[in-house]
Design a protein around this ligand. Structure first.
Ligand SMILES: Nc1nc2c(ncn2[C@@H]2O[C@H](COP(=O)(O)OP(=O)(O)OP(=O)(O)O)[C@@H](O)[C@H]2O)c(=O)[nH]1
Length: 251
């Protein structure tokens, strides 16, 4: 199974969960329960080749504007094939935290054997333009400083602006492993039968043929705390609880 692991990091409240669930379900969520670190997976079958995207929605309550970290908060670095660093364009403190994450990732890349780990800096909540305190230019400059992708998104609005972030990183991972991958939009089909998966701690990349249209897609979430997987039936939920998190969904 071709597998791509993407970790999402950033300040509390920057929209990590909203972006992750938007990508998984195409819907915007309003979170109102505390967050735990969780792993979600989305799979699709492409011309007989299965592609799985594992997403870690991280939770580092003690990560502030500093480069100090501890080993458990760096687990995502070892796990991820690519990393999304999120800040809110309405929060200068979240931008400072994003810079700290970029520094941490850059240190890790230097010290490990993974100097090319793909990273995207994402300024989220662009629908709240009137409350903007971090300019687009500042985001671009920071991304240039750390030589990473830069995007501005809204988890509350356009799905495409969220999808492109994940897809570009998946393509980067594939390029790093010499895979010829064309990522098409991940269509969500009727829920499949319940599936059990285990967390991916590495990235094994089988050759993937070019394709014109994905045939089917499943999406489900696995908890990093439990060896249990859960299929989320898209058409049956307007409000749902995912293990320890509750979400309201806005169509
Ligand atoms: N308007 C708007 N609100 C957003 C957006 N993304 C997230 N939010 C809201 O911002 C709040 C925080 O979003 P979360 O996704 O929980 O943020 P998080 O980074 O996962 O936060 P923690 O789980 O505490 O680490 C929630 O009320 C979301 O509904 C966005 O793009 N636009």
């Amino acid at each position: 199974m071709t597998s791509y692991s993407v970790a999402v990091v950033g300040a509390l409240g920057s929209g990590k969960s909203a972006l992750t669930v938007k990508y998984i379900t195409r819907r915007f969520i309003m979170e109102y329960d505390p967050t735990l670190e969780d792993v979600y997976s989305k799979t699709e079958s492409v011309e007989g080749h299965d592609l799985t995207v594992n997403l870690m929605d991280t939770y580092h309550p003690h990560m502030v504007s500093t480069t100090t970290s501890n080993s458990s908060s760096e687990d995502y670095l070892r796990w991820a094939g690519a990393i999304i660093v999120v800040y809110s364009i309405t929060s200068r403190s979240s931008f400072a935290v994003a810079k700290s994450y970029l520094e941490l990732i850059s240190q890790f890349a230097r010290e490990s054997s993974r100097p090319d780990i793909p990273v995207a800096l994402v300024g989220n909540k662009v629908d709240l333009e009137r409350y903007r305190t971090v300019s687009r230019h500042a985001g671009q400059e920071l991304a240039a400083e750390y030589d990473c992708h830069f995007y501005e998104t809204s988890a509350a609005e356009d799905y495409g602006s969220v999808e492109v972030v994940f897809h570009e990183l998946i393509k980067d991972i594939a390029r790093l492993t010499d895979q010829n991958v064309v990522i098409q939009p991940l269509y969500i089909s009727e829920p499949a039968t319940q599936t059990t998966v285990s967390n991916s701690n590495g990235n094994s990349h089988a050759p993937l043929k070019r394709t014109k249209s994905p045939k089917s897609a499943d999406y489900f979430r696995v908890s990093s705390k439990k060896d249990e997987a859960k299929v989320l039936p898209r058409r049956q939920v307007s409000t749902f609880k995912l293990f320890n998190k509750s979400f309201k969904i806005f169509n």
